[in-house]
Design a protein around this ligand. Structure first.
Ligand SMILES: *Cc1c(COP(=O)(O)O)cnc(C)c1O
Length: 226
């Protein structure tokens, strides 16, 4: 299958109003350029330096979405240009994004990443933590971020019932938080869920942004051991 066929097939299964983020991590510049030439403008990366190298080599009207865990000391590399950060997994990361965005007089749209999968991971708020955080008093200082919603990843499993259940739980948290009250820097409109293996289920469960890599580009090359 060609990039064009892959892209068309996915676009045909995504309703209008759902944003397709082409996840280009570990893909070479040439392939991203090819997809750009086919009209794709939104790309997702999970490493700050890799994203910056690609940003510097590719057309300026690409929208770059950070989807991977961000160390606080890496935010300065992307703050001048990043269009969206899906992976805010602690209050500390959000404050640092706010601080770096201020240097460029920007407001960066962000999502709070919530841990919904059964798998253990260090990253993401629990549903209780995210609810508490939205009610906390730290928001008055956040003039340079806009929290647009939530992001989550389902368990890596073939069990579709489980995946659906996890997406449903994120959706209901999203709906609950949306009813507010929320701080002025928050506007609950986006729900980022769904990857190659589960984006169709995610859309059925209310996703507004799907992050698809493998189904567009094919399998990623394995990272070489250092
Ligand atoms: C890699 C990645 C994706 C895309 O995964 P595919 O299975 O290749 O579609 C989506 N979201 C995040 C956070 C990722 O790291």
């Amino acid at each position: 299958m060609s990039l064009q066929q892959n892209l068309n097939e996915i676009k045909n299964s995504i309703p209008a109003g759902v944003t397709l983020i082409a996840v280009s991590k570990s893909q070479p510049i040439g392939k991203i350029r090819e997809l750009y030439d086919l009209g794709q403008r939104v790309f997702g990366e999970n490493r700050a330096q890799e994203m910056t190298t690609k940003y510097e080599s590719l057309p300026g009207n690409i929208q770059w979405h950070m989807i991977g865990h961000l160390q606080s000391n890496k935010i300065k590399y992307i703050a001048s240009y990043v269009n969206f950060i899906h992976s805010v997994d602690s209050p500390k990361v959000l404050s640092e994004i706010n601080r770096q965005a201020a240097r460029f007089d920007r407001v960066i749209p962000c999502l709070l990443q919530v841990h919904i999968a059964e798998e253990e991971t260090k990253f993401g708020f629990s549903p209780e933590e995210v609810t508490q955080f939205l009610r906390s008093g730290t928001w008055s200082e956040m003039a340079h971020v806009k929290v647009m919603g939530l992001m989550g990843m389902a368990t890596f499993t073939k069990n579709e019932e489980q995946i659906r259940r996890e997406f449903k739980s994120l959706r209901s948290l999203f709906d609950k938080l949306k009813q507010g009250p929320v701080p002025p820097a928050v506007q609950m409109t986006e729900l980022s869920m769904g990857m190659t293996g589960d984006y169709k289920i995610a859309i059925e469960e209310g996703s507004t942004m799907v992050r698809v890599g493998t189904a567009i580009f094919g399998e990623r090359a394995k990272k070489k051991q250092a």
